[in-house]
Each structure stands twice: as C-alpha cells, then as structure tokens.
Design a protein around this ligand. Structure first.
Ligand code: SIN
Ligand code: FE2
Length: 203
C-alpha cells in the first residue's frame, strides 16, 4: 500500500471473526431498539445512501432543516440511544489514547450500492480525541487524504475486523467510501457493510 497520510492509523484484522460475531449480536439488539433510518442532507433534504443509527449518550444525525448535529435521542422514535456495547468501550480504552470514554457511536449500514462522499468529521466540540472506526461485513474501498479537500488521497480496501483511527494531525482528514464489494464477507447473512465510529463530542 502507498503511505498513509500523516497521523492515520490502520490496524488490519484487529478483531478476529469471533469478536466480530459477538459485536454483530450486540448490534442486532441496538438496531432493534434504535432502528436504522435514512438520513437527509442539510438544505437539499436529499436522502443519503447509507442508513444510520447510533448508540451512546449522543448520536450524530442530519436532516434537511436541522443539518448535521449531535442529539441524545433517535430522530424517529425520539427515544434515547441505547448504550455503547462494552466490547467497543474496551477497544476505545485500548486504542484511543484518550482518558475519557466515547460519547457517541455512529452506526452506518451500507448496502451494495451505498457510498459516502469525501468529508471531515467536524461536528464535535473537541478534536482532541481521535475518531476510531471499525469495519464489519463486506469490504469497501476507503479513501483518506489530508485536512484540505484538495490534498491528495490514498485509497485502500477495508475488510471486516479492520480499524482505522483518525487522530492528532489526521483528526480532520478528509475521508469517504467510494464503493462496497458485495459478497466479500459472510459475516452478515444478508450482506452489506457496517461501519462503527466512536467519538468524543463535548469539550
Ligand atoms: C464515516 O466517515 O462516517 C464512515 C466511514 C466508513 O464507513 O468507513
Ligand atoms: Fe466520517
């Protein structure tokens, strides 16, 4: 692989298949309580191709009128988000190098046609903690660059169990998902890819 942009950490195969299956079980319970919904782009109201939910005290949401933000409840059910599973809290403790636990875990679900445009994670009030991202299910083509949209980017395949950490000088790195490789993993019986991102939100 080409060199990653400064500060980007890539931990391929960090979670073994057993740990991945345990997490998927936990996610089933989360999605039962806080169903995946289709977020909208700010202003245009255009639906995103990725479906989302959250766990943790705060969840990242977006819709036409309210734009990108964090809130403590599901936008459809209005119920508080379910707690972050302990396996994820342990991953954060082991890898984030930050003294406080994550406040938000965004759950992204990609079907075979979903993608996510190049963006920065910058809706948090603090950038001192990293964003820790875990992939489950089908592979994707992930792209990451620098802190300017025009910076060169590197593309590589993320597989189930891989972790990417954007912290320090890469905390505001532009990143996105260009495509999903349907059928590349058997972890999710109906296919697709799940991405979990753990974040600190408040200062
Ligand atoms: C995100 O940036 O929210 C998702 C990244 C990914 O799906 O790997
Ligand atoms: Fe992101």
């Amino acid at each position: 692989m080409e060199d990653l942009p400064q500060g980007v950490r890539f931990l391929p195969g960090y979670l073994d298949p057993l740990a991945q299956r345990a997490l998927v079980e936990g996610l089933r319970a989360i999605v039962a309580e806080a169903p995946l919904y289709t977020p909208q782009m700010p202003k245009s109201g255009k639906p995103m191709s990725v479906r989302m939910t959250n766990c943790g005290e705060l969840g990242w949401v977006t819709d036409r009128d309210g734009g990108y933000r964090y809130q403590a409840f599901h936008p459809v059910s209005r119920k508080p988000w379910p707690p972050i599973p302990i396996q994820l809290l342990a991953l954060w403790r082991d890898l984030a190098g930050f003294p406080l636990p994550p406040e938000a875990c965004l759950v992204n679900f990609y079907d075979g046609t979903a993608k996510m445009g190049l963006h920065q994670d910058r809706d948090e009030k603090t950038f001192s903690a990293p964003v820790l991202s875990l992939s489950l299910g089908d592979d994707c083509l992930f792209r990451v660059g620098g802190t300017k949209r025009s910076d060169p980017t590197v593309s590589f395949r993320l597989q189930s169990g891989d972790i990417v950490i954007l912290g320090g000088e890469s905390r505001l790195a532009f990143h996105g998902v260009d495509r999903i490789y349907s059928g590349s993993s058997a972890l999710l019986p109906k296919g697709g890819r799940i991405n979990l991102t753990l974040r600190r939100v408040t200062a």
